[in-house]
Write a protein that binds this ligand. Structure first.
Ligand SMILES: Nc1ncnc2c1ncn2[C@@H]1O[C@H](COP(=O)(O)OP(=O)(O)O)[C@@H](O)[C@H]1O
Ligand SMILES: [Mg+2]
Length: 677
């Protein structure tokens, strides 16, 4: 015996709404009349055209149909005399038939006379029906618009209308983006608003306020969806409108991104953009604690024992007399126990050194050796964050790929030290970390770091391909973020609640079924209800369907859908730029950056204060390395409209831009503790 429960009986069908029945009846009557008046040919052609028009959601076919119908109407009007004669003749020959309707007035013809009557009127009927073929397109529109629609048909039509409206708005925004100004209402313009409740728009432009850019911002989107373009626009605005210094830490980029960023900064009025690794970086500024923090960020340890050993060795190495190491060679030399013992001879720390096992020290030193060897002096250069108004740091291209993350963390630590100690408190700076997951090892550390720099006037933008890609501490990083920008991505669900909920009205329509088997159709009964409910302001599907350059900006429980405007090179000045004045003094740094006088002077002062005489082994002056693919310095900045190109030496920042770093800055405040600047 079957254990399956019997199938439930089909529900009895609900009756059709009186309106629907009436609509159907009147349509049948009108179709019958049309059949007589226009003939089966015109009606069939109209039916085919109606199906053709209905298959098109853009209404373009409907417009063509209307145009054809009007043309047919014009032809009929042109030949009206012929049609009038036909109609007069037809009325005359068929007049006896009216006797069936009004026998008291007209004698109806006998049935035997009907064939002759039909024969007589047939040529006129044929002429009329052939003429009516010209009106088939208009008939098609009539048929299509008077079709009794199912509830689903109506809903689909509504959706199609909404989609078409959104498409038109998007196209308009795309064109509008090309004319976006740099700023509106004192804030940088990011693009064109397309809808939402985040009220950062000024007129027709969506802006990103400085206060929000100063908090960290997370930018998420799949590959090729526009993250880098959006970051560049924000970088451009930060430099041009807010006068901030801007640094771009590119964890996965390429030389093309480097060139584009440099061009954007030139457009913003910054003449010289430092480029790492083409120009080697000075990663040895600060006191021994700062250097120790940087070095500890380089390696990951699974065993606390090895971490402690390495930390002890490193702290002894950086604290050794005569002062902190100022180059990788100097550090690596100090990581040899015998050398360290020589440096500490006569000091109490010499006792601590005896507690270190030789093989542990060797293992730790080897790891740092391979890191610095892969860099080939890349961190022994002369520029650092405080020396330039903008810089691009490309982490890719190292000989040892797995050192990329270590280098990224080293530079991030140095940035934190720069913000906390080397930067004047009133100076603002923006750091963009493109493809952050490539260097993220501990999200919690990153979140703490971002928060720390925020309070000292630095904004950080991190980009990632997905929420999951941010790692296990994504929530902590996102939790402290002042804003989130979502480009098209596959997993926006976890992020959209940040935009908040909205009250939505859900329409419920009563429907009735009619038909048999698979032919059952539903008809709106004309009755319905509205349900009020809370729903996400931004539907996940909307984010999954965003086009490149479109994004959703979320901040403070509100969101805005926008089209991002790309950074455009400035229009060429009609006047040729004046020839650059010859430099008064040769640049201090010759490997890729030319510094202005004030910066050069400051560098000398800072260097004199900061650097104690280098202890052995002597480090040769850094030169651009073979380990990196050198990038030729980008073309000189295009002249601003109406203005000459400033000579490289005398290049002054544009009004409102970060002035050259002021003189002099404390390099070694001393006394700070690890991870606490
Ligand atoms: N705002 C925008 N306007 C027009 N096109 C864009 C915009 N942003 C991105 N794109 C297009 O998308 C491509 C990929 O953009 P990109 O910023 O490099 O993506 P991602 O960094 O997410 O991989 C660009 O080369 C460009 O063609
Ligand atoms: Mg990118």
């Amino acid at each position: 015996m079957s254990t399956l429960a019997p199938l439930p009986s089909r529900p009895t069908r609900r009756p059709l709404a009186p309106q629907t029945v009436q609509e159907q009846q009147s349509r049948l009557v009108s179709l019958a009349l049309l059949l007589i008046l226009t003939g089966p040919g015109a009606l069939m052609l109209a039916g085919l055209l109606a199906a053709f028009v209905q298959a098109d959601r853009t209404q373009r076919r409907a417009r063509w149909c209307a145009l054809l119908g009007l043309a047919g109407l014009a032809v009929i009007a042109f030949r009206w005399r012929h049609l009038e004669a036909t109609l007069t003749s037809l009325t005359r020959t068929t007049q006896p038939l009216l006797g069936y309707l009004q026998p008291s007035l007209i004698t109806p013809p006998s049935p035997a006379a009907l064939p002759a009557l039909f024969h007589q009127s047939w040529p006129d009927v044929m002429h009329l029906w052939l003429t009516m073929l010209l009106l088939a397109p208009l008939l098609a529109l009539y048929l299509q618009n008077t079709r009794v629609k199912t509830a689903e048909d109506r809903e689909r039509e509504r959706l199609a209308r909404d989609t078409a409206r959104d498409q038109r708005a998007l196209q308009r925004a795309q064109h509008q983006c090309a004319t976006a100004p740099d700023a509106a209402g004192g804030s940088l313009v990011l693009g064109v608003p397309l809808g939402g409740d985040l009220a950062w728009s000024h007129g027709a432009w969506f802006t990103y306020p400085a206060a929000n850019l100063g908090r960290h911002l997370v930018l998420i989107g799949a590959s090729n969806t526009g993250k880098t373009e959006t970051s560049k626009r924000l970088a451009y605005g930060a430099a041009r409108t807010y006068g901030w210094r801007v640094f771009y830490l590119d964890c996965k980029g390429d030389e093309a991104t480097a060139a584009e960023f440099t061009r954007a900064m030139h457009t913003a009025g910054i003449a010289h953009v430092a480029h790492f690794p083409t120009t080697t970086y000075d990663g040895w500024r600060g006191d021994s604690t700062a250097i120790l923090n940087r070095l500890l960020a380089v390696l990951d340890y699974t065993e606390p024992y090895y971490r402690d050993m390495t930390k002890l060795l490193l702290s002894l190495a950086v604290d050794a007399p005569p002062g902190p190491p100022r180059s990788s060679e100097e550090l690596l030399a100090r990581l040899r126990l015998e050398h360290l013992l020589t440096l500490y001879r006569g000091h109490p720390e010499a006792q601590e050194l005896t507690g270190l096992r030789k093989e542990d020290a060797q293992a730790a030193a080897n790891r740092y050796r391979s890191f610095f060897r892969a860099l080939r002096g890349g961190l022994d250069g002369r520029w650092a964050f405080e020396d330039v108004a903008a810089g691009y740091l490309l982490l890719k291209g190292l000989e040892l790929r797995d050192q990329t993350a270590s280098l990224g963390r080293y530079l991030l630590e140095d940035f934190a030290h720069y913000v906390a100690v080397r930067k004047p408190p009133d100076e603002r700076v923006l750091l963009i970390i493109d493809e952050f997951p490539a260097i993220a090892v501990g999200g919690a550390n990153a979140a703490t770091l971002f928060e720390m720099v925020r309070f000292r006037g630095a904004g950080v933008i991190v980009t990632a391909q997905s929420y999951a890609g941010m790692g296990s501490d994504a929530d902590r990083i996102l939790g402290a973020a002042g804003g989130v920008i979502l480009h098209q991505c596959a997993d926006p669900e976890r992020l959209l609640p940040r935009a908040g909920l909205q009250v939505s009205f859900q329409r419920r329509i009563s429907v009735a079924e009619r038909g048999m088997g698979r032919g059952v159709k539903e008809y709106a009964l004309g009755e319905g209800s509205l349900a009020v409910q809370d729903s996400l302001k931004i539907h996940p599907d909307m984010v999954k369907r965003l086009q490149p350059g479109e994004c959703v900006v979320i901040a403070g429980g509100a969101a805005q859908h926008i089209r991002v405007s790309r950074v455009r090179p400035p229009r060429r000045s009609p006047r040729p730029p004046r020839p650059a004045a010859p430099p008064v003094t040769p640049p201090l740094i010759t490997d890729g950056i030319a510094l202005d006088d004030a910066t050069r002077q400051r560098c000398r002062t800072v260097a004199a204060r900061r650097m104690p005489p280098r202890s052995s082994p002597a480090v040769p002056d850094p030169t651009p390395d073979a380990a990196f693919t050198p990038t030729p310095d980008p073309a000189p900045p295009p002249p601003r409209a109406g203005g000459p190109t400033p000579p490289p030496e005398a290049a002054a920042p544009a009004p409102g831009l970060a002035a050259p770093p002021s003189l002099p800055r404390p390099a070694d405040p001393g006394g700070s503790d690890i991870a606490e600047y």
